[in-house]
Design a binder for this molecule. Structure first.
Ligand SMILES: C[S@@+](CC[C@H](N)C(=O)[O-])C[C@H]1O[C@@H](n2cnc3c(N)ncnc32)[C@H](O)[C@@H]1O
Length: 221
């Protein structure tokens, strides 16, 4: 089970066992069929030089050998662009000219979406509400570092539903409660979520999630 962790460690992303330790949870979910993955989107690039920037984008490019990896950030990381890594400047908390621009740039369905961006409640939920419908059937939407739900600084709008609470309610009842997701997108998510897992991981009590989209419609769908 070391393949993904070795890759994460070699590029220095904090997803590795040296920090948040998300590797094994991701490898179990993502390893089956990873050679068929065609498009991955990660929000949040990070770093300042060609050597240290884009650690997770480079990791995904190695782990998914047949995919194009799209990275989104507030800052311009075009120096990372290759034939398999494409960076996009956008704010994950805004839809017009930002989240819709990302979808235009990708131009098709996405196999895997990872939100490792601002970690603000309103941003995580705006992105999830808007982007989930562009995920491929059977694909995963990951919201990382959910421990930020317990930090006041990450909830500047003081929403009643932090992201952990939103996902716990989705997991238990199949209902989406959020101040930042339209009614149409809530209904879409409720209809198409297959499973919603929240993982609390040692050593730093980091939390991540795996929200899976249905691969077939529900009977009454
Ligand atoms: C935790 S770092 C990403 C780390 C990287 N994914 C990795 O694993 O190596 C978060 C990044 O999100 C970016 N960011 C912050 N607010 C954002 C926003 N509103 N929209 C898009 N990106 C944002 C920051 O500029 C920063 O580069």
């Amino acid at each position: 089970m070391k393949i993904l962790d070795d890759i994460f460690c070699s590029y220095g992303t904090d997803k590795s066992s040296k920090v948040h330790n998300f590797s094994d949870v991701y490898h179990v979910a993502l390893n089956p069929g990873r050679h068929e993955v065609k498009a991955v989107l990660e929000i949040g690039i990070f770093g300042s030089t060609p050597d240290n920037a884009g650690a997770s984008l480079k990791s995904w490019a190695e782990y998914f050998p047949n995919a194009v990896i799209y990275g989104v950030d507030l800052f311009n990381y075009s120096f990372l662009n290759t034939d398999r890594i494409k960076t996009i400047v956008a704010d994950q908390g805004l839809i017009p000219g930002n989240l819709d621009h990302i979808i235009e740039e990708i131009g098709g369905e996405i196999d895997l979406i990872i939100d490792d961006g601002s970690h603000m409640m309103h941003h995580q939920q705006t992105s999830f509400g808007y982007l989930f419908k562009y995920l491929k059937s059977g694909g995963y939407y990951i919201i990382e570092d959910l421990q930020t739900s317990y930090h006041e600084i990450c909830n500047p709008t003081k929403t009643e539903y932090n992201t952990v609470l939103m996902l716990e309610i989705l997991r238990h009842s199949g209902i989406v409660l959020s101040d930042y997701i339209t009614d149409a997108d809530k209904q879409y998510i409720q209809r198409f979520v297959d499973s919603c897992e929240i993982h609390k991981i040692t050593p730093f009590a980091s939390e991540t999630s795996l929200i899976r989209k249905r691969s077939v419609l529900p009977r009454n769908g």
